[in-house]
Design a protein around this ligand. Structure first.
Ligand SMILES: Cc1ncc(COP(=O)(O)O)c(C=O)c1O
Length: 441
């Protein structure tokens, strides 16, 4: 019997007791190869010595000083490092404990920014369907994830959403990639005009869609066009990089590969590498200078923002990425990993698409390959895949909806950046066994 009010009260979870490198171990000493970092969290694997040391040192020196009274050294250092990476002097970083909090912060920045600029009618946030930005009220309100929203009918704010840029399903056969990107971006302009630009505060999107669709990168030119539309109508552009940021795609920010610069970017998961709960909301100079100059400043806060031990983990993660040249490693390993996935799985009758960037990959599963048919029971299949993989000692991150809600069924893979060839070989064997068990050979 457990007293934990867990995610799934009908599931008997193994108890994780230790971790090391690419592996986690349960109470029976069963080994699990972690090819998804939980949910793209464990960017540098488990018990990484540099991160463990940094946290230990910080906790021994000073564990916590409330940010209403003090700043602290790790917070200052991490903010400087993130602003440097963002590449805009005058930008600033706000630290929280998770992705939902980081996105709530971004929404509050947008609202307060327009109110302070004497445009209080700019309150709506446009987002995309099949998206996930978090589970708190604001973040879930801007999420277009039918299954996660459906448990809160009538309770969430209901703002406009546009279709994601998702070539596998929505690109027309007679369109080039660029033409599709342009058409998909234009739906933002149409929606802004329908709603009235004076009512829109911001547009939020993941530069590479993570768990809600399975590693979907936008068509070439899409985000540059989105940036231009936001500028034209004076709308802030928020990039949710909670999952795809912190080096996951081979550049520190995923937006670096998309030729645009957001006004606000959020990070979480890989930033603390799972060693500490840590998230960041980075705001551009245009916004932060405005708040600095105003007498009211930014009205927001949680008890644990800017936590010294959490920020020390973030500093260690960023330093390790830099020292070990891990962005280049993620790019090189990602090319190999993608080729291995395609070589091993493309021919399977239920594998519709294999796509990814850096160490961020997904396999989209379909009922009928030629028709790209969504499964009627995609969510159940995702559960079965996860359980089967765990039985094979593999952690992967399946997700899915069903034909009714339009969410696909996929397996997301986000291995730690320290993954070596033999881990990928091992993963391929376990993954093939898992897929065969659920779908047949
Ligand atoms: C893109 C994205 N945004 C936000 C969140 C919410 O983050 P958290 O679960 O840390 O609150 C997630 C979590 O999966 C995510 O993938």
């Amino acid at each position: 019997m457990t007293a934990v009010f867990s995610r799934d009260l009908h599931h008997d979870y193994p108890v994780a007791v230790r971790g090391g490198g690419m592996y986690l171990y349960d109470q029976h000493d069963r080994e699990y190869l972690d090819m998804c970092g939980g949910a793209a969290v464990s960017s540098l694997g488990h018990q990484h010595p540099a991160i463990v040391n940094a946290i230990q040192k910080q906790v021994e020196t000073m564990a916590f000083a409330h940010t209403a009274f003090f700043s602290n050294e790790p917070q200052e250092q991490l903010a400087t490092m993130l602003v440097d990476a963002f590449g805009e002097p005058g930008a600033r970083a706000y630290f929280a404990s998770g992705g939902s909090e980081a996105n709530e912060t971004a929404l509050k920045v947008a609202w307060q920014y327009w109110r302070a600029r004497a445009q209080p009618t700019k309150i709506k946030i446009i987002s995309r369907t099949h998206s996930y930005h978090g589970n708190t009220f604001g973040a879930l309100s801007v999420s277009g994830h039918p299954a996660r929203r459906s448990i809160m009918p009538n309770l969430l704010l209901n703002w406009p959403r546009i279709e994601p840029c998702y070539a596998y399903r929505f690109q027309h056969p007679d369109e080039t990639e660029e033409e599709y990107g342009e058409r998909a971006a234009k739906t933002l302009e149409t929606t802004i005009l329908q709603e009235g630009p004076e009512t829109i505060a911001a547009f939020i999107a993941e530069p590479v869609v993570g768990a809600s669709l399975g590693v979907v990168s936008a068509a070439k030119g899409y985000f540059a066009k989105i940036r231009a539309i936001c500028d034209k109508y004076d709308i802030l552009l928020i990039a949710d990089e909670v999952m795809c940021g912190s080096g996951r795609t081979g550049t520190f920010f995923a937006f670096e590969q998309e030729s645009f610069h957001p006004d606000v970017v959020t990070l979480a998961k890989g930033l603390g590498g799972g060693h500490q709960p840590l998230a960041a909301t980075i705001v551009s100079a245009k916004i932060s200078n405005f708040f600095t100059a105003s007498s009211t400043g930014f009205a927001h806060g949680h008890t644990y923002i800017g936590h010294a031990a959490a920020c020390s983990a973030g500093v260690a993660v960023m330093q390790t990425i830099e020292r070990q040249n891990l962005l280049a490693a993620v790019q090189a390993k990602g090319i190999k990993f993608g080729a291995m996935l395609k070589d091993t799985l493309t021919e399977h009758p239920n594998v519709g698409d294999i796509r990814g960037r850096g160490l961020f990959w997904a396999i989209e599963l379909v009922e009928n390959k030629a028709e790209k048919t969504l499964f009627a029971n995609g969510a159940d299949l995702a559960k079965q895949l996860k359980n089967a993989a765990m039985q094979h000692g593999l952690m992967c991150y399946p997700g899915g909806g069903n034909a009714g809600d339009g969410l696909n069924c996929h397996i997301l893979l986000a291995p730690p950046y320290i993954a070596e060839q033999h881990h990928m070989d091992q993963a391929m064997t376990k993954l093939t066994a898992t897929i065969t068990e659920v779908f047949g050979a």
